[in-house]
Ligand binder design. Sequence first.
Ligand code: GAR
Length: 218
Amino acid sequence: MTAQQKKRIVILISGSGSNMVNLVEHCQAVKINADVVAVIANKADAAGLAKAEKLGVATECVPHQGYESREAYDHVLVERVQSYQPDLVILAGFMRILTPVFVSAFADRTLNIHPSLLPKYKGMHTHQRALDAGDEEHGVSVHFVTEELDGGPVILQAKVPIFAGDEVEDLQERVHEQEFRIYPLVVRWFCSDRLRLIDGKAHLDGAGLGPHGYASDE
Ligand code: GAR
């Protein structure tokens, strides 16, 4: 059996980058058969940039200010990401709405993690919205990125309980814990060629996944 070729990953961040760090560490420990070849932020003060540097990963900032349109920015971002020839692009707390310019450039090979049980609570402030709605559970989804914001096929979700008296920070922490488990798992599936987007549907080991992804209990 020939050894599978290592995949090349570019991670996009906007903030603290804790998911990014977790993924880089999984790759460096060879728990994922891939190298994170670059971390790119749209904000110069993204704390994750220094963390990536410390881990020995190439970093870049591509600030989003000063462009006449989202598309104009996305053209530049595509060019920068493309320069690293990634097999996989990972959004890890990248807080920008991507246009078809970006999405089509990396179609079928862009993943995102979103802090809600999609299709519930697309967009921002998901923890607050779950609390405001009086939900008893909340969670996180990893999905393929398509042109619909937070609307691409779900690959894997994890649920967390909501307890009386919970604040946004409690949920954030509980969700983060699950993020650190499920994102590396999904990235490992992709990097071992087990996970594919075929005809707009996520497939694992050749089987199409349902609306809530793998191991859905619905
Ligand atoms: C994560 O909780 C991620 O799910 C969320 O941002 C956080 C980034 O944390 N992403 C979104 O809200 C995307 N819509 P991190 O920078 O510590 O990894």
